[in-house]
Design a protein around this ligand. Structure first.
Ligand code: NAI
Length: 729
């Protein structure tokens, strides 16, 4: 028996022998079925690994066997990889290294089994689930839309550590394995087969039979040889060096070196073709021990766990499930409405888009068509999927034709009486249980719902621009919105491929309430003499996807000022907008949309913006130019942290995990920090309070309306600091 101690046990750990069934459907064949009673989908957790060890021991001694098939308990259910909760708990590098090596030993024994071993995989096959398959002689995958195969570990701040980092490069060569491991992409079965990641695909209903026939030698199948040229390329040190340096450049450009796992994975993959199995295993174990115990992995795992928690929001707490939406509508076919309607049609919802303007409708349908054509050209979808997505969208100028809808999403102008009128009219057309969602970015959902009959069905659904790319939807619970409608709206967001976060109906909701103080602080530092391109660079280094001034130019000064003003009205002086916003507006300097903001934006997709040369006239002071880099970053980031603490205190989101999820997916807040509150935890709440107090007491803040209030720490933060506590447990 191998010693797996150190791999933490789940709470509901089953008895030994309960996680795996072995069937003997015919002489000479064993079918090993991953079937743990405590999981809806098998996870390679401590009890399953323990039972697998015992099963492998039996198989090793059984001389009657010719073939072995490893599979899941049902179609679409192979296994979901390693136990993420356990990874979150592990902190001691020595324990991690020992545990990883023990699993390596087990997988090596599977690889060394005498009978032919065939993995029959289907459904999600990520990470450890694919790594155990790689230890089998051959892999057969189910050719269906749900099967997704790959090694996404780098997205969790680790690398494929159970053999993936050396077995996959040996199987498919350097370029393809680098692409798979560094991006962490999951591939459809057919694509995985073309790349050599699996040896054969089979229709789902024949998967097991095909695997059995191959295991028993009735069907001939051998792993494809990549040819001597490919082999020579992988083993050629000059070529490997060249590939590594190109890949390193791309990684550094994308991540600025903030994600150590990707760089470690690169080194590991490059060395793999010439590495022995034992040395590959040792290196993987050492790397995993370092990475899994480090802060980046912990932060990324916490975000992953937040996303998993968000997936459960589409059901009621008692398991109640909303009925499936077949028919939906969108009112307002502009930038947002067009994107939302297109996303709905893509996901198989019969969607009707309604606008007062025929031109707006034509443009929305045209954009939908262009998007589908592009994805078809890139082979992301097949012809029949493209046809279906096109068929599912139609348009109308007449809102009376929306009566069949089970959900209507409103995306007309951001004016309260306009929204009230549109939704009031709609309420008379649709059934009383039709969900009425508003995509308002700043108005109160409760106010919008006020005069609508059955206001419990009115909810906010705040998408972000561009709809197709932005992963977050804030689901706003109005005062009267029912729990069922909130769950059904989250289920819809999930169906559209988004991550929902339920947010209280407060001004700015969650995301804009945090972005506004950050952008305002950047603006004030600029007015006080700091160079905007320097601050943009600093925030990129911090891990934001773009600097604050690039973001203001993207959003537009008008929108930023409008948001700032409504937050000021709601929360008072700490949200007083920087007066320079008005000065910019005065010159029709709205950012990208007018070609000039902080940057000059030349026309043409590839033309690069350059810093405007006439910015000095807006800078009325010089003190901020004397602040060092860390002080500048602190002022911008801590303005978000301070407001985030107030939001948590008010219960704007359900908990700190959801708040952080909203910040990462909605503001792009550096994921490797784990979100705004995760960042505060990593700095230490005591230190955060100290720094906030220093800024609040500075003359710049005491002289500024609302400055002291903005940086005064909230009670929740002071209490945590006093006890040395953290936001995230
Ligand atoms: P837009 O101006 O691009 O589109 C609005 C559309 O609504 C226009 O096509 C207009 O013809 C149509 N419309 C106006 N009154 C109508 C009526 N009574 N019946 C049917 N159609 C009508 O506006 P955009 O940017 O798409 O914004 C829509 C909503 O989404 C606003 O509430 C906005 O605050 C919100 N939002 C906008 C974001 C953005 O980045 N643009 C981000 C998140 C939310």
């Amino acid at each position: 028996m191998t010693d797996f101690s150190g791999y933490p046990l789940p709470d509901n750990c089953p008895e030994a022998g309960e996680c795996i069934r072995v069937e003997r459907p015919e002489p000479g064949l064993a079918v090993v079925i991953l079937d743990p009673p405590h999981r809806s989908l098998a996870v390679l957790d401590a009890p399953l690994i323990r039972d697998l060890d015992a099963v492998v021991e039996d198989l090793e001694q059984d001389t009657s066997l010719n073939g072995i098939v490893l599979t899941g308990r049902a179609p679409g259910q192979f296994a979901a990889g390693a136990d993420i909760d356990a990874i979150a708990q592990l902190t001691d590098p020595k324990v991690i290294e020992k545990m990883v090596l023990a699993v390596h030993e087990l997988f090596n024994r599977i690889e060394d089994l005498k009978p032919r071993t065939v993995a029959a995989i289907s459904g999600p096959v990520p990470g450890g689930a694919f790594e155990i398959s790689l230890a089998c002689d051959l892999i057969v995958a189910s050719d269906d839309d749900k099967t997704r195969i790959g090694l996404p570990e780098t997205q969790l701040g680790i690398l494929p550590g159970w053999g993936g980092s050396h077995r996959l490069p040996k199987r498919i060569g350097l370029p393809l394995s680098l692409d798979a491991i560094l991006t962490g992409r999951l591939f459809k079965a057919r694509v995985a087969w073309k790349r050599g990641m699996v040896d054969r695909i089979a229709k789902p209903e024949y998967l097991l039979e095909v695997a059995k026939d191959i295991a028993m030698g009735r069907k001939k199948l051998q792993r494809k040889h990549r040819g001597w040229k490919a082999w020579a390329m992988d083993k050629n040190p000059l070529m490997a060096k060249f590939i590594a340096s190109q890949a390193r450049k791309t990684i550094m450009k994308k991540t600025r070196g903030k994600y150590p796992a990707v760089l470690r994975a690169l080194d590991m993959v490059i060395a793999a073709p010439s590495e022995s199995r034992e040395s590959g295993a040792r290196k993987e174990a050492i790397a995993i021990a370092e990475l899994a115990s480090g802060p980046v992995c912990k932060a990324l795992v916490s975000i992953f766990k937040g996303s998993e928690a968000a997936k459960k929001l589409g059901k009621g707490p008692d398991g109640w499930k909303p009925s499936r939406i077949e028919h939906g509508a969108v009112i307002g076919g502009g930038i947002m409405g067009g994107g939302i309607a297109s996303a709905m049609a893509d996901r198989g919802i019969w969607t009707r888009i309604c606008d007062l303007s025929a031109d707006a409708l034509d443009a929305a349908v045209m954009d939908h068509r262009k998007d589908i054509d592009k994805r078809k050209r890139r082979r992301r979808i097949r012809q029949h999927q493209a046809n279906e997505a096109l068929d599912h969208l139609d348009m109308t100028l007449d809102s009376n034709t929306l009566g069949k809808s089970q959900v209507v999403i409103e995306a007309v102008a951001e004016v309260l009486p306009v929204k009230q009128k549109v939704l009031g009219g709609l309420a008379e057309i649709v059934s009383s249980d039709c969900i009425i969602a508003t995509n308002t970015s700043s108005l109160s959902v409760t106010a919008i719902a006020n005069d609508i009959p059955n206001p419990e069905r009115v909810v906010g659904m705040h998408f972000f621009n561009p709809v197709k790319r932005m992963p977050l939807v804030e689901v706003i619970r109005g005062e009267k919105t029912s729990d069922e409608v909130v769950s059904a709206t989250c289920a819809l967001a999930l169906r559209l491929g988004k991550t929902p976060v339920v947010v209280k109906d407060v001004a700015g909701f969650q995301v804009n309430r945090l972005l506004a103080p950050y952008l305002d602080e950047a603006m004030r530092l600029f007015v006080a003499g700091a160079d905007p391109s320097r601050m943009d660079r600093l925030m990129l280094d911090f891990g934001m996807p773009m600097g604050p001034f690039t973001l203001i130019d993207e959003v537009g000064f008008d929108i930023a000022l409008h948001t700032g003003t409504s937050l000021h009205e709601a929360y008072g002086t700490r949200f007083t907008p920087c007066p320079a916003m008005n000065d910019g507006l005065g010159e029709n300097r709205l950012g990208k949309k007018t070609g000039k903001g902080f940057y000059v934006h030349p026309k043409g997709k590839k033309a690069k913006p350059s810093l405007a040369t006439d910015l000095a006239k807006f800078q009325t002071e010089t003190w901020a130019n004397k602040l060092n880099n860390a002080e500048l970053v602190d002022r911008m980031v801590l303005s978000m942290v301070g407001e985030a603490a107030r939001c948590l205190e008010e219960g704007v989101t359900e908990n700190a995990q959801m708040l952080d999820l909203a910040t990462v997916f909605g503001t792009g807040f550096a994921p490797f920090h784990g979100g705004v509150l995760g960042y505060a935890d990593s700095v230490g709440t005591t230190e955060v309070v100290k720094r906030l107090n220093i800024i609040a007491a500075s003359p710049e803040m005491t002289d500024r309306e609302g400055g002291v209030e903005k940086f005064t720490p909230a009670k929740i933060l002071i209490d945590l600091a006093a006890s040395g506590g953290k936001f995230r447990v």
